[in-house]
Design a protein around this ligand. Structure first.
Ligand code: SAM
Length: 253
């Protein structure tokens, strides 16, 4: 009996370990390949998507960023805008002449797109991108920027409240955080909300972006002195309708 048990153990244990190790290696390789492909393919796709998005959202972006001109006029020094998850630099065209822009972007592969969009906006000064996640921008000093901009980023960050903490830390007192984000529909059991809930696991796995974040709540509880936003449906059609529920506004440190 004992001999049979010892035989079974010595027979199965190494086989089980080999199978588990094989699965682990396959999963690790798949994740590695996904990351490699994703970092190569994502920037050109995103650059194209944000051009189309900007055409559809132009009026909303003009409305959101209009105040930057007033802030610039009120400031003695050049206005410093730090943009988290700047991507290809699709927002540069909305910044007033004379502003200094600091893009923060974790994916180095966006660099050529950032440079090319910076060249199209010679009236602003775009600094070299800081390669960092919004959750940890340790090279940016406390109380050092006038404005933080975040558009279509909070759907994909790992820790929204850590990003809120970092925004509060780096903004000067009274500084403003402007945002436009696609969010979870608040229309209970609408087809958009049902589709967002149903498709989110696969969507998140493939794109790294969540369709079900109630981002306005994270901003409301982000420790700002004032929060102002409006919810609206962005004019996005086809598959984009899943991202149609939007929130935009600003928060003050
Ligand atoms: C959908 S793109 C939006 C790009 C740009 N903000 C725009 O509106 O065109 C999302 C961007 O967020 C960046 N991102 C993802 N997770 C991030 C994080 N934790 N911190 C900062 N940026 C992040 C991605 O690399 C990507 O550039």
């Amino acid at each position: 009996m004992a001999a049979s048990f010892t035989f079974q153990l010595t027979y199965w244990a190494p086989r089980c370990i080999a199978v588990l190790a094989g699965l682990w290696i396959i999963l690790k390789s798949m994740r590695f390949a996904h990351k490699k492909v994703f970092t190569a393919v994502f920037p050109p796709i995103m650059d194209r998507i944000t051009q189309v998005y900007n055409i559809k959202m132009n009026d909303f972006k003009l409305e959101l960023f209009r105040e930057l001109t007033d802030l610039k006029q009120q400031s003695k020094d050049p206005l410093t805008i730090l943009e988290i998850g700047a991507g290809s630099g699709a927002n540069f065209q909305y910044y007033p002449a004379g502003t200094i822009v600091v893009p923060v972007e974790p994916m180095k592969t966006f660099d050529s797109y950032l440079k090319s969009n910076a060249e199209k906006c010679p009236d602003i000064t775009v600094k070299d991108a800081v390669i960092a996640y919004g959750e940890n921008m340790k090279t940016i000093s406390d109380d050092s920027v006038d404005v933080v901009v975040v558009t279509l980023v909070l759907c994909s960050v790992r820790n929204v409240s850590a990003v809120m903490g970092e925004i509060r830390r780096i903004l000067k007192p009274g500084g403003r955080f402007y945002y436009i984000e696609h969010v979870y529909s608040d229309q209970r059991n609408s087809w958009v909300q049902l589709a967002q809930r149903t498709l989110n696991p696969v969507w998140e796995l493939v794109t790294g972006c969540s369709l079900t974040r109630a981002t306005w709540k994270d901003i409301e509880s982000g420790g700002f002195t004032r929060v102002n936003y409006k919810k609206f449906n962005a004019p996005l059609s086809g598959g984009g309708a899943l991202m149609s529920p939007h929130v935009m506004g600003y928060a003050v440190k």
